[in-house]
Design a binder for this molecule. Structure first.
Ligand SMILES: Nc1ncnc2c1ncn2[C@@H]1O[C@H](COP(=O)(O)OP(=O)(O)O)[C@@H](O)[C@H]1O
Ligand SMILES: [Mg+2]
Length: 440
C-alpha cells in the first residue's frame, strides 16, 4: 500500500476525550472514529488489525474442533421470552419494534438463538458433542461506555456454545476452550491469565475470565507472579487427548478478580514477594451453565435408553474488538503503538526520505515490489512530508519494521533497518533487507 493513497487520518495533537493510552493512540493513528457514544467506525488501519485478530481467534477455534456459523445481529424477542431473559436483561438490551409491531432486539449475546437452532436440528445423543461459534457484532447499551472500543456499546465478539450429553462431556468441551484461549492470546503476544470467575447459581469451578494485566483495566486482580512465566500449550496440543494436566497447571496458583477474591486464601497461598495486586482487562470469558437454556427452551436429545435429556451447555466469549485496545495497552511506548507481528496492520513501513530524488525513488519502488513479491505486507511512505514527520507517523502506527531509504545510505549501497520494538537500527544492503524481511 502506498501511503499517498492510503486513508490514514493521523492526528498530531492528543485527543482530549481519551482517558487511556490505547484510546488516544487509536484515535491518533487513524484507526477508529466515534460515531456516537460507544459506537465506532473502523478506519482502514484499525480494520486491518481487527481482521488479523479475528483470524487468529478463528484458527484456534477451528483447531479446537469448533465450527463457525453466522447468526444475525437482530433477534426476535419471543426467543428471549422463552428463556425468561427478555425482562431480566434490563436496559442494556436495545429493543426494536419492526413495521409489523413485532418486538425485536439487537443481540447482546446468542444463547437463545443458538439453543433454538440446536433444538430444531439435533435429536439424538449420537450427534453430540457440538461446539458452534460465530464472530459477530453485539450491542449492549452500557450505562457508561468508555475507553474507546474497550467498553463500547457496539463491539465485536467471538462467542461459542457447546452442547454435551453430560457434565463430564461439558468439562471436556470447557477444557478445549480453556486451552484454545491460552493459545489464542499467546499468539497475539499477550499474557492472559485465567482467573476464577463467578459461576452464579450453578456453582462449581467452570467459569474463568482471561485477564491481561494493565493499570488501566477495569477490574482489580490478585494473582501469583508464577503465572508470568507460564507458557501456553504449543501447536502440537492434542484436543482429543487428556487436557487436564494443562488445566491443572494453569489453575495451580491463585488468580482472582475482585468479584471472587479471598484475601485470606491469597495470603495463605501466595508468598508475599510473589503477590501481584493490580488491575486487569477481561479479554475472554468461558462459562459452563448446564441446562439453564436447554431446559427452559426444550433443547433435548434422546439418550442411549430412549429418554429425553436436556443438553449440558457452556458459552465462551472473546472480546475481539476489545483486544485491539488491550494489545495496545500491553505494547506501546511514548512514541506510539508497537504491534506484535501477528496482528500488525503491515509488517514493514518503507520510508522514502527524499521523494523526487531519482535514486531514492528507484530504490524505494524496487524494495516495495520485491517485498510484495515475497509476500510481505508493506506500507510505502511516498508522501512529501518532512523526514521528522515521517518517522513520527511510522512510530505512531507501530509497524514491527521500518526500512528507511535515504540519499546518503544509497551512495554506500545501504538502507536502514529499524525494529520498532527496542528501536535497534542497522545499515544493511538492499538485498539483505529484502532477505531478512521476507524470512519474517
Ligand atoms: N461493552 C463491551 N465492549 C467491548 N468488549 C466487551 C464488552 N462487553 C464484553 N466484552 C468482551 O466480550 C467478552 C465476553 O463478554 P461477557 O463475559 O458476556 O461480558 P461481561 O463480562 O461484560 O458480562 C468479554 O470477556 C469482553 O472481552
Ligand atoms: Mg465476562
Amino acid at each position: 500500500m502506498r501511503m499517498s493513497q492510503f486513508f490514514l487520518p493521523v492526528i498530531k495533537e492528543t485527543p482530549a476525550e481519551a482517558q487511556i493510552v490505547s484510546h488516544r493512540l487509536m484515535l491518533r493513528a487513524g484507526m477508529i472514529r466515534q460515531s456516537s457514544a460507544g459506537i465506532y467506525s473502523w478506519l482502514p488501519l484499525g480494520f486491518r488489525v481487527l481482521k488479523k485478530i479475528e483470524q487468529i481467534v478463528r484458527e484456534e477455534q477451528d483447531a479446537a474442533g469448533a465450527q463457525e456459523l453466522l447468526m444475525p445481529t437482530i433477534q426476535p424477542a419471543d426467543l428471549w421470552r422463552e428463556s425468561g431473559r427478555y425482562d431480566d436483561y434490563g436496559k442494556e438490551m436495545l429493543r426494536i419494534t419492526d413495521r409489523h409491531e413485532r418486538d425485536m432486539l439487537y443481540g447482546p449475546t446468542n444463547e437463545e438463538l443458538i439453543t433454538d437452532i440446536f433444538r430444531n436440528s439435533i435429536r439424538s445423543y449420537r450427534q453430540l458433542p457440538r461446539n458452534l461459534y460465530h464472530i459477530q457484532w453485539k450491542f449492549r447499551d452500557e450505562v457508561r461506555p468508555r475507553f474507546g472500543i474497550m467498553r463500547g456499546r457496539e463491539f465485536l465478539m467471538k462467542d461459542n456454545y457447546s452442547f454435551d450429553l453430560d457434565i463430564a462431556g461439558s468439562r471436556r468441551s470447557y477444557n478445549k476452550m480453556f486451552v484454545a484461549y491460552l493459545r489464542t492470546f499467546e499468539r497475539m503476544g499477550l499474557k492472559a491469565i485465567p482467573m476464577e470467575a463467578d459461576t452464579g447459581p450453578i456453582g462449581g469451578d467452570m467459569s474463568h475470565e482471561f485477564i491481561i494485566l494493565a493499570d488501566t483495566g477495569e477490574s482489580e486482580v490478585y494473582c501469583h507472579a508464577d503465572y508470568l512465566d507460564f507458557a501456553a500449550p504449543d501447536q502440537a496440543v492434542d484436543y482429543d487427548g487428556d487436557l487436564t494436566p494443562i488445566i491443572d497447571h494453569w489453575t495451580s496458583r491463585y488468580a482472582a478478580t475482585d468479584e471472587k477474591h479471598d484475601a485470606a486464601r491469597f495470603e495463605a497461598e501466595v508468598p508475599e514477594d510473589r503477590r501481584i495486586v493490580t488491575r486487569g482487562i477481561e479479554v475472554g470469558h468461558i462459562f459452563y451453565f448446564g441446562t439453564k437454556y436447554s431446559e427452559a427452551m426444550g433443547a433435548t436429545v434422546t439418550g442411549p435408553d430412549g429418554g429425553d435429556i436436556a443438553v449440558e451447555m457452556g458459552s465462551y466469549g472473546i472480546g475481539v474488538s476489545r483486544l485491539v485496545g488491550g494489545i495496545i495497552e500491553a505494547s506501546h511506548d511514548a512514541d506510539g503503538i508497537i504491534w506484535p507481528a501477528s496482528v500488525a496492520p503491515f509488517q514493514v513501513g518503507l520510508i522514502n526520505l527524499k521523494v523526487g530524488d531519482a535514486a531514492c525513488d528507484g530504490a524505494a519502488t524496487d524494495l516495495y515490489a520485491r517485498l510484495q513479491a515475497a509476500g510481505v505486507d508493506v506500507l510505502l511512505d511516498d508522501t512529501e512530508e518532512r523526514p521528522g514527520s515521517k518517522f513520527a507517523t511510522m512510530d505512531l502506527i507501530g509497524l514491527p519494521w521500518q526500512l528507511i531509504v535515504g540519499p546518503r545510505g544509497l551512495k554506500a549501497g545501504t538502507v536502514e533497518l529499524k525494529a520498532r520494538r527496542g528501536g535497534e537500527r542497522r545499515e544493511v544492503s538492499l538485498d539483505a533487507a529484502v532477505a531478512e524481511l521476507a524470512a519474517g
